[in-house]
Design a binder for this molecule. Structure first.
Ligand code: ADP
Ligand code: ASP
Ligand code: MG
Length: 402
């Protein structure tokens, strides 16, 4: 008997017809003799809708109540799916996060699953189907928590690990991981197999098909994942340890995100300790700085520093810099009309000239590069937002991914 964790994303349960369709998928799996735990997201659009409701009460909506509110989306989808299965004469049951319980650590909206009680569910799946809510849990002191957007992926991986499942299948609205977002780049190709490292880089630079912390956990515990379509029978993408993958291409995928912003300080004194003075107060306020560029000073006295941060922290960052008397500069400018475009590939390590090729490709499209960052298997650039799709298409073509 095989134990499976099946995760169904928002679009997969986005309507009553789709929920009934998912129930049929589960029924087939169950009839094959598999033990099934289904992790379910809120119906598509629902979480955004709930966020909107909270904002109409207050921009500063109470954090505890925000998680209570957001967790309700999954409750609805779970109950509907369990009801649909029962209607198909299956023994099915849904649980709320605290009934299981799914224990979490860390702050509201950004908690982390640390343990799940396996007792009731293991007992139930001997002959029934367990339906559990993604994206949430309960803290040590009994408060409902959520684990970050796209977090049902992380719930699925945590369940696969804790229940020692034989497989963890991520059902979604595309039939696997593609070389770029197939909804934006129609020539993108499906990737049959991808390493954890590459998937992690792709997710963290914007490929939302898998949430990055879910990939990280899967990598840490060596849990193979399969991303596949709820709506077609086509083979999906396997995500696993990289040893078993053959790299024929230097670049595996191109991703982009629009959640960065860029700040430039001009006329900053060019002497030791100045950069530290700028970044220390940001660090104290938990603001994550991504890329940093410092120009060589032309007059040996002052220089410019440009850096990028998350878009929703730009005003806070600007306020910190403007109100800190220790930070001296001539001018501060910022823009959030930027995007980050990245190429990812384990094959990059052994291929020379990737950086040149990327820059040349963007230059040919007359796209200006505002900031650059690299890691062993990833190269990211910040560009003006209006050039995003153009840049992604160009890179997709020149790295032979079309
Ligand atoms: P779910 O609701 O099932 O969790 P998501 O919307 O979170 O689904 O993720 C699936 C979406 O990810 C796809 O519809 C697609 O637009 C987007 N996506 C972005 N990059 C990629 C990629 N490289 N491969 C596949 N899908 C991608
Ligand atoms: N419903 C949550 C969200 O929209 C979790 C998820 O879909 O994975 O972020
Ligand atoms: Mg998702």
């Amino acid at each position: 008997m095989v134990k499976k964790v099946l995760k169904f994303g928002g679009t997969s349960v986005g309507s009553i017809e789709r929920i009934q369709h998912v129930a049929n998928i589960i029924k087939k799996e169950h009839e094959l003799g598999n033990k099934i735990i289904a992790v379910v997201s809120a119906m598509s659009g629902q979480t955004n809708e709930l966020i909107k409701l909270s904002k109409s009460i207050s921009k500063n909506f109470n954090k505890r109540e925000f998680d209570v509110l957001l967790s309700s989306g999954e409750q609805v989808a779970c109950a509907l799916l369990a009801g649909a299965l029962i209607n198909l004469n299956l023994n099915a049951k849904s649980w709320l996060n605290w009934q299981i319980p799914i224990l979490t650590d860390g702050e509201h909206s950004n908690a982390r699953i640390i343990n799940v009680n396996v007792g009731k569910i293991n007992e139930f799946i001997k002959d029934g189907v367990a339906i559990v809510p993604g994206f949430q849990g309960i803290s040590e002191n009994g408060d409902i928590t959520t684990i970050g957007r796209g977090g049902s992926d992380a719930t699925a991986v945590a369940f696969a690990k804790i229940f020692q499942a034989d497989s963890c299948e991520i059902y979604t609205d595309v039939d696997g991981v593609y070389s770029s977002d197939p909804n934006k780049i129609p020539v993108a190709k499906k990737i049959d197999k991808i390493s954890y490292d590459e998937m992690l880089e792709l997710s963290s630079v914007g490929a939302k098909v898998m949430q990055s912390s879910a990939v990280q956990t899967a990598m840490m515990y060596n849990i193979p994942l399969e991303v596949k379509s709820t709506f077609t029978d086509r083979k999906g993408t396997k995500i696993f340890d990289q040893e078993s993958i053959d790299y024929t291409k230097s670049v595996t995928g191109v991703a982009y995100s629009k959640d960065d912003a860029k700040i430039t300080l001009t006329g900053v004194e060019d002497k030791p300790g100045v950069a530290a003075k700028i970044f220390e107060p940001l660090y104290r306020e938990q603001i994550n700085v991504d890329m940093v560029i410092q120009n060589i000073s032309s007059d040996n006295k002052t220089t410019d520093i440009t850096f990028t941060i998350k878009r929703d922290e730009v005003i806070k960052t600007k306020d910190i810099l403007e109100n800190n008397k220790n930070i001296v500069y001539k001018d501060l400018s910022y823009t959030d009309k930027v995007s980050k475009v990245s190429i990812v590939g384990a094959g990059m390590v052994s291929t020379p000239g990737i950086t040149f090729k990327m820059f040349k490709g963007l230059a040919d499209e007359k796209i200006n590069i505002l900031a650059i960052s690299t890691s062993e298997i990833k190269l990211s650039v910040i560009i003006n937002e209006e050039n995003t799709l153009n840049a992604v298409k160009k890179l997709h073509t020149i790295f032979d991914l079309d």
